[in-house]
Design a protein. Sequence first.
Length: 457
Amino acid sequence: MTDLVTLAELGGPLAVIGGAAYARHAHPAAYWSTVGLPLSVARLLASYSSTMDACGLTVEPSRWRALAVRATTRREVRPVPPRRGVIRPNWTGLRVRLRLAPGQEPADVAASAERLRHAWGVHAVYVRDVKPGVVELRLVGYDVLRKVRMPRRVDKGHLQVPVALREDATAFVRDYRAVPHELVLGATLSGKSMYLRHLIAGLAAQPVALVGVDCKRGVELAPFASRLSALATDPDEAAELLPALVKEMEDRYDLIKARQGLAPGTPDEEITSDVWGLPESERPAPIVLFVDEVAELFLVATRKDEERRDEMVTHLIRLAQLGRAAGIYLEVCGQRFGAELGKGATMLRAQLTGRVCHRVNDEASAKMALGDIAPEAVYAACSIAPELPGLAVVGDTSGGWSRIRTPYLSLADAAAACRESAHLAPDVPALAPFRPYVPPVPVEVSGAATKSRPVTE
């Protein structure tokens, strides 16, 4: 009887522990909000000074503080940790700002991020430089990339698209004004198409001309035809579309040049070197060119195809070199992109500032995308598991990189977003001959089939 009572008393706590373990695995966000957050806050408050001391982030107190401690108490004067600000919890973790002591720098705190993670029992710790002398610790409570939930509020503007979630629980925003051209690499089923869908669906709601080159007979970009201003589905059509884009770019430069030829005494703010300095009434609509499977433009079978290939690659390089000032931006996608594709491949890749590398089939492909950024980024891209589609390593030529994951977006939802915003497609006369044909959407009749009424007088 006593044993039965003991088991009954233990049943409640065991059930609670089992439920918490299940919630931590199946519903990490709910577990963090109810259990993980209070525990981590308690650990941080209780062990803040000792943890900073163990990480070497404390400094000797000032002379006046040491004198005050000796005069008011009998305690030993101990090293002082960085001054801690208010703890701000959120649905993925918590944030706290630290005021660094004289002689410290943000790199000192970043070097101890792994120690802080273990001391406070969180998934990861990231350090951000806020202003001189102040850093922000972003503590992430669980793996936010395992089940992506985009933040509810994301600051975005013209030519900015929140397309994925970073590993520090912030949104990755594709900003074409800051990073005009981008290279997106990824093997089959790596999530490259999902990344492309989010970009197109996000830009569809803005007054931007979308142009597609999809040499896979348009299977990737044809569903978005209602919002595209131009579409080429094979190399022959691409060989006609790319020169038209180059001619449009040259016309825009003529417009900028005409604006620069102003009379003496013109205010400086009216003199510009790109389309964004033009008055809004004269400014042409920006153009975003999506090239899916760029290797198809490089592959040749005959000498005639080789000449066409060289012309197309030359046009792409010119658009990458000169298109930004004319408001033309490139999004180049492929499974592999290296010098073995042929003449001009390396030169084109050098003009693509942004880099996104999904799971690839070999290390050489990751080096093509990220090798000139950081070796750590290459290793991170090679370690992406096949069961995590949409996971990628993103960086730019400034040297920074991070892991992101794109949330799921069905092809039907992306196509519906393009149909709803088809009226926002700007009028670009140079692209009118290449506008894809969009068949009318059949009207569904609910219920049984109805007979036509007879005509009455």
